[in-house]
Design a protein around this ligand. Structure first.
Ligand code: DX5
Ligand code: ZN
Length: 211
């Protein structure tokens, strides 16, 4: 089965974003991973609503928006209106998970929930039936280019075992061809990769190595 590859533009050249998006699109990536960071939930600040709206105009790729922000409920409407196809919030930032899932679905956007490395896998179990995607972080969120934490990947089969058949299990952080194989063997089917793709000499081959 083909994996869903979601290149993270965090590692792209922000001055040449359209070009860098087209390169992964041409290589066959199905999604585009957009890391939104607020300087509070994580110590870094990255991309906001206007950038997502501009990206929407230049690509048909599925916009996979990873919200690493506090008070995510405040920003669901603006990101949905900007053209996000998937909104993934962090369990650790949600005040009321059930309400947040409902809110995201009310905009006809697919809903994902992410867990940080130190968060136990079982927090996702009560919500699995309502989620389209679970994102298992394999680094501490905040920065690209960090080392894959293998023990985090062990959460994947535990989630997979309880999941409905359409649940997408995504991994993010330190993914390359080798770590991707570890994650897919555990049951992940969506792979986020930033540095591995964008810092490669051959972006197309890097994308293709993850299918
Ligand atoms: C990290 C972000 C990732 C990041 C991954 O907090 O969520 O999406 O871009 O970068 P790499 O693939 O370089 O670890
Ligand atoms: Zn991410």
């Amino acid at each position: 089965m083909t994996n869903i590859v979601s290149p993270s533009i965090l590692s792209a050249d922000f001055a040449n974003l359209e070009h860098d998006i087209k390169r992964v699109e041409d290589a066959g990536a199905q999604w585009l991973h957009i890391d939104v960071m607020d300087g509070h939930f994580v110590p870094n600040i990255t991309i906001g609503v206007p950038v997502v709206a501009s990206i929407r105009k230049i690509t048909k790729l599925c916009l996979d928006v990873h919200l690493m922000i506090e008070n995510p409920e405040k920003y669901i409407e603006p990101f949905a209106n900007a053209g996000a196809d998937i909104l993934t919030f962090h369990y650790e930032a949600a005040k009321d998970v059930t309400e947040l899932i409902k809110l995201i679905k009310s905009y006809n956007v697919k809903v994902g929930m992410s867990i940080k490395p130190k968060t136990p896998y079982d927090v996702v179990l009560p919500y699995l039936n309502d989620l389209n995607l679970v994102l298992v972080m394999t680094v501490e969120p905040g920065f690209g280019g960090q080392k894959f934490m293998a023990d985090c990947a062990e959460k994947i089969p535990l989630i997979k075992e309880k999941a409905h058949k359409d649940l997408i299990i995504q991994v993010d952080g330190g993914i390359n061809a080798e770590t991707a194989r570890i994650c897919t063997s555990f049951g992940a089917n969506s792979l986020v990769a930033g540095n591995y793709i964008y810092k490669s000499d051959d972006i197309a081959s890097a994308v293709k190595s993850l299918f």
